[in-house]
Design a protein. Sequence first.
Length: 162
Amino acid sequence: MDKLVKNRSIVTYKDFNKIRKISSNDVEVELLSHNLMVDYECFKNSAYAGEPCTFNLNIHNLGRKALVNTKVFFNFSENLIPIITSVYVNKRLYKKGDLRNGIYIGSLATYETINIVFMCKVFPSSSNQTFSQALVTYSFYDNEMLINLEQFSNLVSIKVLG
């Protein structure tokens, strides 16, 4: 299999505040610092319409704080259809099901890396188009800290054959 896309996104979060009331007059603010790095790969540079392609996502937590109770959500452009398939997290079978419900990855400790592998089917955006671009957006939500971490987006170009 050929690697079509290898993309790395680095985003640093420095000013997220967690506010907790101590008394009616005092508010304690705890400064959180996160530094996420994402490696994103799509395998295959061409596929027949409706043929599955494999996507590989590596998430690295380079920050000073662990991510707790974390879930990853995916949004797909119209021509990239997630299929019911096996989803692997750190080489272990996670589940078979629709990725639109998100993937719960639990805690992500400082300097820990998690790997997510899933499959999608690619369709042309129009009937006469042979080269298709698909946008995958994945966002992280940390329930413990009640913050929605910034989204990462990657444009995947795949040649769709007959």
